[in-house]
Ligand binder design. Structure first.
Ligand code: KIV
Length: 325
């Protein structure tokens, strides 16, 4: 069964910031980054509410030292992949550096591309009051906008590095003004990054938008982490705000080492992983467990899922059309 899609209304309800018939018990929002279909499928199945195709892809996918080189075309490419793997979560596309800062029209056009070409269901924009007019225009055009204040990595050079923001009274006031301006302009959510925990709580109480914290303490309406960080894929990256839920970096290396060792020793492939000369039984004849092309004619005459498709899905392949099972 197709799960109910997370929308801006779901997010408002979870944050406990709706009134009337839509109001319900608040529930913390879990957001993570995703960059490809396989991760998207796993994170979606795990119950993540929002998948962000973040410009962090510049660092964790492209291997750059900042997010600045990421292009609109790259975000669109990754959005498409993430969209194919996602059934329930809301998919948000990050607006890359200089795709919206130079002119309102350019921001509108590029946000439109993330929606039309990438399939994003909302866009994220870094910056405070200076972006309020763009937010207003985007919301007016029917594009949900997630703001992002505090430590905004696209301004890394202006901020003098990746440092905690809003520690002094001036910085606190500016962040409060920025969050309010974005809220009034119509952002449905605002990421709060790298700020003291008490300020995270204060901003959350000050705005109607759902606040999503990253290094902003527990009092935000939700939390976001870069998926590679929460999975522990980079041994060297250990900032205080990251909690590692696994050590996938170690596990991937260990598995790959075992594979290398098997190949060198001639233990792989063995009998179990080799083909015989005899025709294969039904459902085992395909080299790769890919599924039939989309469309009503794709299924077998009995209307059930093909053995190959079921095997493929069980093995982790992503169905190109909704599975019947
Ligand atoms: O690009 C990104 O991954 C982000 C999140 C960390 C919020 O902006």
């Amino acid at each position: 069964m197709q799960p109910k899609k997370v929308t801006v209304r779901t997010i408002a309800r979870m944050a406990g910031k709706t009134e009337g018939a839509d109001a319900g018990a608040p529930q913390k929002i879990a957001m993570v980054t995703a960059y490809d279909a396989t991760f998207a499928r796993l994170l979606d199945e795990a119950g993540c509410d929002i998948l962000l195709v973040g410009d962090s892809l510049g660092m964790v996918v492209k291997g750059e030292s900042s997010t600045l080189s990421v292009t609109v075309d790259e975000v669109i490419y990754h959005l498409r992949a993430v969209g194919r793997g996602t059934r329930r979560a809301q998919v948000v596309g990050d607006m890359p550096f200089m795709s919206y800062q130079s002119a309102l029209d350019e921001g509108l056009r590029n946000a439109g591309r993330l929606i039309k070409e990438g399939g994003a269901e909302a866009v994220k924009i870094e910056g405070g009051a200076e972006q309020a007019e763009l937010v207003r225009r985007l919301v007016g055009a029917g594009i949900p906008v997630m703001g992002h204040v505090g430590l905004t990595p696209q301004s890394v050079h202006a901020l003098g590095g990746h440092r905690v923001q809003g520690r002094g009274p001036e910085g606190r006031k500016k962040l409060l003004d920025d969050a309010r301006a974005l809220d009034e302009a119509g952002c449905y959510a605002i990421v709060l990054e790298g700020i003291p925990r008490d300020l995270g709580g204060e901003l959350t109480r000050a705005v109607r938008a759902a606040t999503i914290g990253i290094g902003a303490g527990p009092d935000c309406d939700g939390q976001v982490l870069v998926s590679y960080d929460l999975l522990g894929m980079n041994d060297e990256f250990r900032p205080r705000f990251v909690k590692r839920y696994d050590q996938l970096g170690v596990r991937i290396r260990t598995a790959a080492e075992a594979y290398v060792s098997d190949v060198r020793a001639g233990r792989f492939p063995d009998e179990e992983h080799s083909y015989g000369a005899e025709p294969a039984p039904r459902g085992e004849g395909q080299l790769y467990g890919t599924v039939a092309p989309a469309g009503p004619a794709a299924g077998p005459p009995d209307g059930g899922g093909s053995g190959a498709e079921a095997d493929a899905i069980a093995a982790g392949c992503i169905p190109l059309r909704p599975s019947k099972g």
